[in-house]
Design a protein around this ligand. Structure first.
Ligand SMILES: Cc1ncc(COP(=O)(O)O)c(C=O)c1O
Length: 472
């Protein structure tokens, strides 16, 4: 693209923000359509008589927002999903600012997807895969990936898994769904499923669709309160490595108690290991499955490590259940696409998966530190928790009355208002609601994602959030 009409007021300052706003408006109005190529930063800087760094900063901001896409060698273009025909806002967000740093607080930084490594893996697969391997494959997943995952989960998560226990799925969501379907089929009724309270509201429809009856069990500072698990439960769904949403790590005492409970009652533990790759401050905590392989289903995916859009996940389950889920896959839909499975196997085998995770762990840690620091500075009455791992933090409004004389008010904004303020400031945030999201459950806290929040944007975003809180 040779030319782009932008109006910049040099006397007003904030030049990068002005350029970003102009380009964003042009995309939203349809003046710049999806795929449209933007001028090189050097050319635009020259056209506008500004330094190149200003234009680079504006482009970076728009890439972080998902408005632009930038690829080495291919320049910068309007993102395919951006603009007038972009997907609708998720329900419940109308009238609020668009979350610039990802719709879900738990999403990874998609700009950091290892495109080159994935491309190399797919290239390798296409160059070496025998023709027959492109036929219908094992509905439980291609053997090469099951082998790599079994070894990886043993090495990194201290899991006790053989390749036969692993079933490849289109994500953890499908894993949980098919395990609960299998339980329902075995029992001739929907499973009685204990769930953490608070929990991920997004998962509830999926769980209910299997016919499961959900029973909330409280979470405290050590994780799920095992002694409150209901008698007669068929299974419990837990997030031991980093409880969603509170971020609590299940204590060693509770882990042992949960394994005991499962052995005593014959119930299953469904271990949602959704973001365990990203731990920052504490010693690695192995998965629960390694403690009780006969009673625990370990569910994982690449949704946080690589990208949710790959829809690649797995379960490692006791043999009978692994067989039932594999059979369900055969009967429902004949299994997952094979090229991606071989590509992931190659990524793991070549060490590129581990290298990517190590790099992202460092980067996410920097982002987390910046967000925690900025919140402490600008919103000191927010108690921040659950930051030892994962891609989000959990914040609860501090209930202690404000003693600062000039603070003006004793009111502590509730979690909904805080989440709305965070979203208006461009942060990715949502409320955590107790009692399975029922109407009487008032939000208890909020979740703020930091994976897509570049360090140099943190202070500005949190300052804007604090300003929103004051003016609401
Ligand atoms: C707590 C939790 N569990 C499970 C999932 C679903 O993972 P997948 O994309 O592998 O289906 C998510 C996705 O955000 C999540 O936050």
């Amino acid at each position: 693209m040779g030319d782009l009409h932008l109006v910049v007021d040099r006397s007003a300052g904030g030049l990068a923000a002005q350029i970003a706003r102009e380009v964003r408006d042009a995309v939203r109005s349809g003046r710049l359509g999806p795929g449209a190529r933007l001028p090189a930063t050097r050319d635009l800087a020259r056209d506008l008589g500004l330094s190149r760094g200003v234009v680079v900063e504006a482009y970076e901001q728009l890439v972080a927002e998902g408005v632009l896409e930038s690829r080495t060698g291919a320049g910068t273009r309007v993102a395919t999903g951006a603009g007038r025909h972009a997907a609708e806002e998720p329900a419940g967000r109308e009238g609020e600012g668009r979350p610039h740093y990802g719709h879900r607080p738990t999403s990874p930084d998609l700009g950091a997807f290892p495109r080159q490594a994935w491309l190399a893996a797919v290239r390798h697969v296409l160059a070496t895969l025998p023709n027959d391997a492109l036929d219908y494959s094992d509905p439980g997943g291609v053997p090469a990936l099951r082998r790599e995952l079994a070894a990886y989960l043993g090495r990194v998560r201290a899991a006790d898994v053989t390749p036969e226990d692993v079933v490849i799925l289109t994500g953890m969501a499908q894993g949980l769904s098919l395990v609960l379907h299998a339980l329902a089929r075995e029992r001739g009724r929907g499973a009685v499923l204990a769930v953490e309270d608070p929990t991920s509201a997004r998962q509830l429809p999926l769980l209910r669709r299997t016919g499961a009856r959900l029973v909330p069990v409280p979470v405290d500072g050590e994780g799920i309160v095992v002694e409150d698990l209901p008698a007669g439960a068929d299974a419990v769904l837990v997030t031991p490595a980093h409880q969603y949403p509170t971020g609590v790590v299940l204590s060693p005492r509770r882990r042992a108690a949960l394994a005991d409970w499962a052995a005593r009652t014959g119930a299953l533990v469904l271990e949602d290991d959704y973001d365990a790759e990203f731990r920052f401050d504490r010693d690695p905590v192995g998965c629960l499955q390694g403690l009780a392989p006969g009673r625990v289903v370990l569910a994982g995916s690449v949704s946080k490590a690589l990208a949710p859009g790959l829809r690649l996940g797995w379960i490692a389950a006791p043999p009978g259940l692994a067989r039932a889920v594999r059979l369900a896959r055969e009967e429902f839909d004949l299994g997952s696409p094979v090229i991606e499975q071989y590509a992931l196997a190659h990524l793991i085998a070549s060490g590129a998966y581990d290298r990517h995770l190590r790099r992202m762990r460092r980067e996410y840690r920097r982002r987390r530190d910046a967000l925690v620091g900025a919140l402490a500075e600008h919103l000191p009455r927010l108690a921040v928790r659950g930051i030892s791992a994962g891609l989000h933090l959990y914040a609860v409004p501090d209930a202690v009355p404000d003693t600062v004389p000039d603070a003006g008010t004793d009111m502590v904004p509730d979690a909904s208002a805080l989440a709305a303020a965070a979203r208006a400031a461009g942060l990715s945030a949502e409320v955590a609601t107790p009692a399975l999201g029922t109407a009487e459950g008032r939000p208890v806290g909020l979740v703020i994602g930091f994976a897509r929040l570049p360090v140099h944007r943190v202070r500005e975003a949190v300052r804007a959030m604090a300003e929103e809180v004051r003016t609401r």
